[in-house]
Design a protein around this ligand. Structure first.
Ligand SMILES: [Zn+2]
Length: 334
């Protein structure tokens, strides 16, 4: 095979880029073109991780197969259960459903683009005293439409309109930056989820039986988040893409919000507590975007469920974040 020809999309500046290749991509949804990357990224979470993973497979704590479930089905199964990532304690596999991955990619795109177009570009223009970063109404509209599609997938399935909506499979080279940057955050968000489930398999499955009380489940969830963050932080030096890792984790946790108006769970910690914990554990020394991204995610959730939080634009993104969290907490007590 001619390598240059095979990789020619890398250099393409105009026209349509189509990544789909029947021989190598499984699945029916546009995220299928990134499925192989997910596994590669997970195996390389950090320098030692692949070895650790093989040891856990050897000990039969983790199944060597990652179960990717195809099917044009909604995320909701009915009666409050969802096709979200999970472990199968008997087969020791991690299960991921393709529709959930479509949902996650769409949330990632929407949060990222809305952050760029409604927060970051306006800030640059203000600082420069003139329009150096033109704001695109079209981009904002596509991000909102894609977010509508993401929420639709929770309750019902319909095909992703690859002509009209941004997607990772087929897009114009002129629009490639937003798509490909979304891919970077998305693969890190999936990696976070996989590292979380990996922790359940290696540390928790053996401890769970019928007598396990709810507070233990809460502890397991936080431990799985914290271990996933640690595994990925160790990869920052190795991978040298700190921003993608940190923002991917934040977006992964934000994507949990859009399932319901309330953040409280019995066996899962509140979504806002998981998010705050991650933001604090990540330390975010060289990441000026993280708090703003978190605020955009919370704003989408506010609009989705008409919470009508008070958004004080005078505050820094970090202070605004904590202000909104306080409002969520006080509503929870009502
Ligand atoms: Zn969990």
């Amino acid at each position: 095979m001619d390598f240059y020809k095979f990789m020619s999309w890398l250099f393409q500046k105009s026209g349509t880029i189509n990544h789909y290749k029947k021989e190598i991509h499984s699945g029916t949804q546009p995220v299928r073109v990134i499925h192989h990357m997910i596994l590669f990224m997970f195996q390389n979470t950090n320098k030692e991780f692949f070895k650790v993973l093989l040891e856990e497979i050897e000990k039969q704590k983790v199944n060597k197969e990652l179960k990717l479930i195809h099917g044009e089905e909604p995320i909701s199964v009915g009666n409050g259960t969802y096709r979200t990532p999970r472990i199968n304690a008997e087969t020791r596999t991690i299960e991921l459903h393709e529709t959930f991955l479509s949902y996650l990619w769409s949330c990632t795109y929407s949060i990222f683009i809305l952050y760029v177009e409604t927060v970051d570009f306006p800030r640059c223009n203000k600082e420069n005293g003139r329009v150096t970063h033109p704001i695109s109404k079209d981009n904002i509209e596509s991000a909102n439409l894609l977010f509508e599609y993401a929420k639709y997938l929770i309750v019902d399935f319909k095909d992703w309109d690859k002509e009209k909506l941004p997607n990772p499979e087929i897009y114009l080279a002129e629009k490639r930056d937003f798509i490909e940057q979304t891919n970077c955050f998305y693969t890190e968000a999936v990696k976070f989820i996989l590292c979380h489930e990996f922790t359940h398999l290696t540390l928790h499955v053996g401890q769970i039986n019928e007598a396990t009380i709810d507070s233990h489940f809460l502890e397991f969830e936080m431990e799985a988040d914290n271990n996933a963050i640690e595994l990925m932080k160790k990869g920052i030096l190795f991978n040298a893409h700190q921003l993608a890792i940190e923002n991917g984790i934040i977006i992964g946790l934000l994507s949990m919000f859009f399932f319901s108006a309330k953040t409280e769970g019995i066996r899962h910690p509140n979504a806002e507590d998981r998010l705050t914990n991650a933001l604090e554990k990540l330390e975010l020394k060289n990441n000026p975007f993280a708090w703003g991204l978190a605020c955009i995610g919370l704003k989408l959730w506010d609009e989705q469920f008409n919470h009508h939080f008070e958004w004080n634009d005078e505050l820094s993104h970090r202070d605004l974040y904590y202000d909104i969290i306080m409002q969520i907490k006080s509503r929870n007590q009502e």
